[in-house]
Design a protein around this ligand. Structure first.
Ligand code: PLP
Length: 387
């Protein structure tokens, strides 16, 4: 029989994270600092709206773009919190998480052979999603000494003819890197100079601990060349609801709509109703969760540094990204060794791009007690390495 798989799919590696955590889930007594999802259950008032939607028999499709009531709430929320105004009728589309929004925007804009610049270490789906569009993915390395913010020099060096878009994610998964307004202004200027579209994944933006988050969409001249991606998974602990959205110029949102209406049709109605509740009344619960993440961040960063694993304090997200080079091991060997010896799971930095070598990702979206226990075990493991 012939090989039915497309060659670019055959050669694409599976996400390193999931394989790793399939092993962890089989282990008794493992402590996981691995998976990037909140340990909190969705706040009850949001679940209650979902339950009541089902009880009232809300089980149909919705408008392909999503419920207009939800798009209106998104429009208000984005204007109030991100300083960019979008028309709910034509400039907003509701998707199945940021995952679908990202895939759809890339498919909507890329011709085969187009190029996209993105920064690494980054979320595992960026490079494969670009490649699935038969486009070229150009990684720009970010460094610990810059707190994993992208630099304009690195961007300039990476740029080449044929680059159509720049994909950014602040706060960043897995590094917790953020971008100041000043840096975003420089990036914006560069995007205008090179006539690039900016795709901005701001899924962790509410989980900014120090100072304010700025969206590049709010910088003068950028609204018309930015697609703003956001969702409910992280800040509102709604990963299982699978709901997100894209805001941008009407013609690009129309392009996304075509892909979405043929491939997905609409985001689940129950999730959309829950999302309305999150935007209307979810802020107090979100702030409470953020405060917990902040306490855990302070704790885990302090402990890693005490253990000799140099770790910057992430300004946002729920990930710490300690430097493990003092052990003399590769990220993969360190993570595998730690898992085998002490049953503590961290993700090797290389799962997020080659330049993640020398680091591991530790998610602090787990209880204080788990983090404490994990650090005790890591300390024990580090002692065995010194012998
Ligand atoms: N973007 C980033 C940076 C992420 O870290 C994740 C999930 O971990 C996603 C997007 C996907 O989020 P969603 O659940 O909205 O599809």
């Amino acid at each position: 029989m012939r090989d039915f798989l497309a060659s670019h799919v055959r050669t694409m590696p599976k996400s390193g994270i999931r394989d790793f955590f399939a092993i962890v889930s089989q282990m008794k007594d493992a402590v996981s600092l691995g998976i990037g999802e909140p340990d909190f259950v969705t706040p009850f008032h949001i679940r209650d709206v979902a339950i009541s939607a089902l009880e009232r028999g809300h089980t149909s499709y919705t408008d392909n773009r999503g419920l207009i009531a939800l798009r209106r709430e998104i429009s208000k929320y984005v204007a109030a919190n991100y300083g960019a105004e979008y028309d709910p009728e034509t400039e907003i589309i509701t998707t199945v998480g940021v995952s679908e929004a990202l895939d759809a925007v890339l498919r909507a804009i890329l011709n085969p052979g187009d190029k996209v610049i993105y920064h690494e270490p980054c979320y595992v789906s960026y490079c494969p999603s670009i490649k699935l569009c038969h486009a070229e993915a150009i990684a720009v390395e970010t460094k610990a000494e810059d707190k994993f913010a992208i630099t304009i020099d690195a961007l300039r060096k990476a740029w080449q003819p044929g680059v159509k878009a720049l994909l950014i994610n602040f706060p960043t998964n897995p590094t917790g890197g953020t971008a100041s307004r000043g840096l975003l202004e420089e990036i914006a200027k560069f995007a205008v100079e090179k006539d690039m579209l900016v795709i901005s994944d701001e899924i962790y933006s509410e989980l900014t601990f120090d100072g304010d988050h700025t969206s590049i969409a709010s910088i003068p001249g950028m609204r018309e060349r930015t697609v703003f991606l956001h969702g409910f998974s992280k800040a509102y602990a709604m990963t299982g609801f699978r709901v997100g959205y894209a805001c941008g110029p009407a013609d690009i949102i129309d392009g996304i709509l075509k892909i979405h209406q043929y491939g997905i049709l609409c985001a689940p109605i129950v999730s959309q109703e829950a999302a309305i509740e999150a935007l209307r009344n979810g802020r107090p619960a979100m702030l409470e969760m953020r405060e917990k993440y902040r306490e855990r961040r302070d704790f885990i960063v302090r402990r890693f540094n005490e253990l000799g694993l140099k770790c910057h304090s992430p300004r946002g997200s729920f990930y710490a990204f300690p430097d493990i080079t003092s052990t003399g091991m590769s990220s993969m060997d360190f993570a595998k060794g730690l898992l085998a010896a002490e049953r503590v799971a961290m993700v090797p930095g290389t799962a997020f791009g080659k330049c993640g070598e020398g680091f591991c990702r530790a998610s602090f979206s787990t209880s204080y007690a788990n983090i404490d226990e994990a650090c005790t075990r890591i300390e024990r493991y580090l002692k065995t390495l010194k012998r």
